[in-house]
Write a protein that binds this ligand. Structure first.
Ligand code: ADP
Ligand code: MG
Length: 728
């Protein structure tokens, strides 16, 4: 009996775990495992509450006394709910979350047991984090790294599974020398810059706006695979994706899985993790089957960007934990299965004011629509001017399989607006000279007041655009399923902040020359629109014609990760990031190195697991099967049935051909890995992994997948696609 058949037997016997829905209403349940503002209001002194509340909203500093009071309140709140430990919870550049649990328990000098959580421990910790990637920023002799409390994201209680809870304090992670070693620190800086820049632009239209908050709703796609089947696939365990596997007869061509009814076992898992998510203050709202069999999606209501990103990271973690209980494994990898859709993480992004305006929502009022157009066109210009940076921000070994691989949005960054908006912007440009005479309806003349009210509902959809306007927000759809959204959000918020600052400068210059405000705004927008037009594309982004057209337009189409990342170290990039104080040159170089290293390591693992599977699982099985066939052929020959033996010999030959090629290719791949590993230069190494080592993957896979079709199903050692995708 193969490991595979045992695993299938186990998987087939699973039953959905009966759900015990909580007695409370969702509104009562929501956020109960977080130390949120309402809790603070009841537990803190009024003075401390006001200070912390200001820190959350306006980013003001928290003094030690307040920190002390908050820590004490947090401690008693957490302990009363069963917490024994606390940790700073942060997002190092490995792409996962990190935590190091310390016990509340301590001893006094006289040996008495106490529970302790001091303000200083809340504010700052020094994890022994020397093994987190730092891209050379932190040499081992100065291996210190600090984590620092981010009060704008509520502390929460994490269930560790087998009893025991930990108080998690969302934190930034920085080096001794002050450089950011994580995603959160630069993200907070970028969001702050965007707030400032957008607020000052907003004030041309609405004087009372004092704060602009970027908002983000992250749709998360994922696959579920039965746990037993998962562990019977070493490639899934090691690399998160299948390196071999022939596509099933029925993939996604019938499109019957999309929005189809959800199987009871999957449903039990979803309901379960959603309740836990809600308790953690993650506002999960929608769930459905996705296009591919075994693929699903979960989406929360949008929140402030920093919070949305913490919540997405937490959600991914939570989903893995809860999947365990339901004997599933969650795959967030961008392309776990060849031949069917991969998983993305659509980033729905907009900006809203403290007066309740969504700056990317068109309205019926022409005056407000000039504001809308201002923000819209500035975002388009920012994307146009920094398309390569946006591309770099989503580059990873996993996403390489999606981008440009004819299923997900292409590696070409383009913006989709929809027919109505496009027509409107065209009108704006072509409406000719703008003279403003008294009593004239300026907006009407420009056509700006023609944006229909229910824009959101009649905006057309384009599922093939990487960066699409969807009625009242932009949706960056090219982000990978496994990514930390902070990476694209750092870039997006930075480039839009920079762009809005430039816009303001230009506008002020015109106003100082005595130009009428509305005219000046429109003139600048016309220019921006015309300059940025080549980034706009309304057609099928997956088509070959678009690749040609984009090439003609001079748009980049960067397919490999190592090339995409390069832009992080360009002079323009450094100037841009330094001008808004989001990342400095050292931090950018470090990030570049870390991403390259991540890439190299991932491909190295894939290559190793591929070689191992090919030789130890596939070739060995093939040879055994050949032996069986040879025995049969010999028996037939013994019976003088040479004609009957011939087709069997034919199969033996066919298997041999594949085996010989596989062995040869695996040998060559291993040799090329050796050469790559000896390269000192990181860029050269990444390049070699990308082009040479990875260059073998497809061909090895081709021959292995052919063998899968020839060798007796009973003997085949790897769980097949149809089993992973359909048993649940
Ligand atoms: P769609 O069907 O276009 O995907 P949904 O309304 O389902 O639209 O929204 C998808 C995601 O976009 C959700 O997470 C939602 O909360 C988010 N979203 C909606 N409005 C905004 C906004 N103004 N800013 C950021 N995200 C938003
Ligand atoms: Mg969507």
């Amino acid at each position: 009996m193969t490991f595979r058949s045992k695993a299938i037997e186990v998987a087939l016997q699973r039953q959905p775990i009966p759900l015990v829905p909580p007695v409370e209403k969702i509104t009562e349940l929501y956020g109960t495992n977080t130390f949120h503002e309402d809790t603070m209001r009841t537990l803190l002194s009024p003075e401390a509450y006001i200070k912390i509340s200001n820190a959350i909203r306006a980013g003001s500093n928290i003094d030690r006394e307040v920190a002390e009071e908050v820590a004490t309140a947090m401690k008693s709140w957490a302990i009363s709910r069963g917490a024994t430990h606390y940790t700073h919870w942060f997002q190092p550049l490995t792409g996962t979350t990190a935590e190091k649990h310390d016990s509340f328990f301590d001893l006094t000098p006289s040996g008495k047991a106490i529970e302790k959580f001091k303000g200083s421990a809340l504010v700052q910790q020094e994890p022994d984090a020397s093994s987190f990637p730092s891209g050379g920023i932190r040499a081992t002799f100065e291996a210190r790294g600090y984590t620092g409390w981010d009060p704008s994201s509520p502390a929460f209680l994490m269930d560790n599974g087998a009893g025991g809870k930990t108080l998690c304090v969302p934190s930034v992670f920085i080096a001794y020398t002050g450089e950011a070693l994580d995603y959160k620190a630069p993200l907070l800086r970028a969001l702050n810059m965007l707030d400032k820049a957008a607020t000052s632009v907003c004030q041309y239209f609405n004087r009372d706006v004092a704060k602009v908050t970027p908002t983000l709703g992250i749709e998360q796609e994922y696959f579920l695979v039965d746990k037993a089947l998962y562990y019977a696939r070493p490639d899934l365990v090691m690399a998160g994706r299948t390196v071999f596997g022939h596509g099933p007869a029925r993939g996604q061509q019938l499109e019957d899985h999309y929005f189809g009814s959800i199987s009871p076992r999957v449903n039990a898992f979803m309901v379960d993790f959603e309740f836990e998510a809600l308790k953690l203050g993650i506002p999960v709202r929608t769930r459905h089957n996705e296009v591919a069999p075994g693929q699903f999606e979960c989406a929360p209501t949008f929140e402030e960007v920093n919070l949305a990103i913490d919540h997405n990271a937490l959600l991914m973690d939570l989903m893995q934990k809860m999947a365990e209980k339901h004997s599933f494994k969650v795959l967030f990898h961008e392309k776990p299965f060849a031949g069917i859709n991969g998983s993305g993480k659509h980033n729905n992004w907009s900006m809203s004011t403290d007066t309740g305006i969504n700056l990317l929502a068109p309205t019926t009022k022409p005056k407000e629509n000039l504001r809308f157009l201002t923000f819209l066109v500035n975002v388009i210009k920012a994307v146009h001017d920094n398309a390569d940076l946006l591309r770099a921000s989503i580059a990873s070994s996993g996403n390489e399989h999606r981008l440009g691989a004819n299923e997900a949005p292409p590696a070409i960054v383009s913006v989709f607006l929809g027919t109505q908006l496009t027509r409107m912007l065209e009108d704006l440009v072509s409406s000719g000279e703008i003279t403003l005479e008294k009593g004239e309806n300026f907006y009407y003349k420009l056509g700006i007041n023609r944006i229909p009210h229910l824009f959101r509902d009649n905006t057309d959809r384009n599922r093939t655009s990487p960066f699409a306007f969807t009625g009242n927000k932009f949706e960056y759809r090219a982000v990978g399923g496994n990514a930390n959204s902070a990476s694209p959000m750092i870039v997006l918020n930075t480039i839009v902040a920079r762009q809005l600052m430039d816009f303001k400068k230009e506008l002020d210059e015109r106003l100082n020359r005595g130009e009428e405000k509305k005219i000046a705004v429109v003139e600048i927008l016309k220019k921006y629109y015309t300059d940025s037009k080549k980034i706009l594309f309304e057609g099928n982004g997956y088509s070959e014609e678009w690749v040609e057209e984009a090439n003609k337009r001079g748009l980049s189409n960067i397919k490999t990760t190592y090339e995409a990342l390069k832009v992080y170290t360009h002079e323009d990039t450094i100037r841009l990031f330094e001008s808004v104080e989001v990342l400095n040159a050292r931090e950018l170089h470090a990030r570049y190195d870390i991403e390259l290293e991540n890439y190299i390591k991932k491909i190295q693992i894939e290559s190793r697991v591929m070689g191992d599977l090919a030789l130890n699982h596939i070739v060995s099985t093939a040879v055994k099967y050949q032996f069986k066939l040879a025995q049969t052929a010999r028996s037939l020959s013994d019976l003088d049935m040479n004609n009957e033996a011939e087709p069997i010999k034919e199969i033996i030959r066919e298997i041999s051909e594949h085996v010989i090629i596989i062995k040869k290719l695996v040998y060559e791949m291993t040799e090329s890995r050796k050469v790559a590993n000896n390269l000192e230069d990181l860029v050269e190494k990444a390049k070699m992994y990308s082009l040479d080592v990875k260059g073998y993957f497809e061909e090895i896979r081709y021959h292995v997948d052919k063998l899968e079709l020839v060798i007796d199903d009973e003997d085949w050692p790897l769980v097949k696609y149809r089993e992973m995708l359909f048993i649940r």
